[in-house]
Design a binder for this molecule. Sequence first.
Ligand code: HSE
Length: 311
Amino acid sequence: MSITQATVFAPASVGNVAIGFDILGFAVDSLGDKITVSRRAEPGVGISRIHGIAGELPTDPTRNTAGQALLAMCEGLKLPFGFTMEIEKGIPLGSGLGGSAASAVGAVVAGNAVLPEPVSKLELLKFAMQGEAVASGSLHVDNIAPSLFGGLVLTVGIDHPRVKQIPVPPDVRAVIMHPHMFLSTKQARSILKRTVDLSDFVWQTANLAGFISGCYTNDLDMIRASLEDVVIEPQRQALIPGFQEVRRAAMEAGALGCSISGAGPTMFAWVRESNATAVRDAMRGEFERKSIQLDEWIVAIESAGARVIES
Ligand code: HSE
């Protein structure tokens, strides 16, 4: 007899990681969404309550990332029963920390926990992607996959996604800076050019390959040389007040790289553990100079991904 109710914590995430636009991301356990799903006899999905730091989200499941993800699960698995869901938002909306993805992931992991025959994480990834599309207007996996699997995650393919958890050198930490402003992912995507210069394509490809190989071989010099976005960041940086100053301060303080978290406005830096606080202080100082309020975290990239915390 399977359980009929489960609560899941789904972590926030940093999408893109500078060089893997729409395909690379890492989970951030310091904040996340909590989703409680109960099984009900009536097919379909109902959202009973949304609370926490973003309670104004739509309770119509077709307009809600978590609701749409669960509906995709009901349809994909042809379930004869339905779900009721409660959402506690812990990730600010429009922060670039993967809030919509975390809700979608939390919903399908909690839904899966109350299924008589649970399905694989790869199946859940596809359902969660349908939910994420409600918020961003496109199918992408760079937040969904790390929130679901944990750690630094590369996803290849959309229809038949292949997921790879990339090892992160043990000395690496991430500094995360969330300025208190809202930036819509749809808007930050709409400003992007549809074409890429050939020279930028070569540079960005080398950077992605260099970064991944640096992670596998524990080569921090390679990571430092390659953790730079030459395609998306130049187009988006104007959306974040103080971006250039904050990035320069991080690099001068010894960061391995510093860029936009997802679509922004949150910024992240990869650092050695020994200079994590120096980089954080340098970045904070620049935001403060602009009188921008923020939250900040220093994290190891070792989240276990979304998990049941109560059933
Ligand atoms: N990768 C997407 C973007 C979603 O940058 O637009 C944000 O995580």
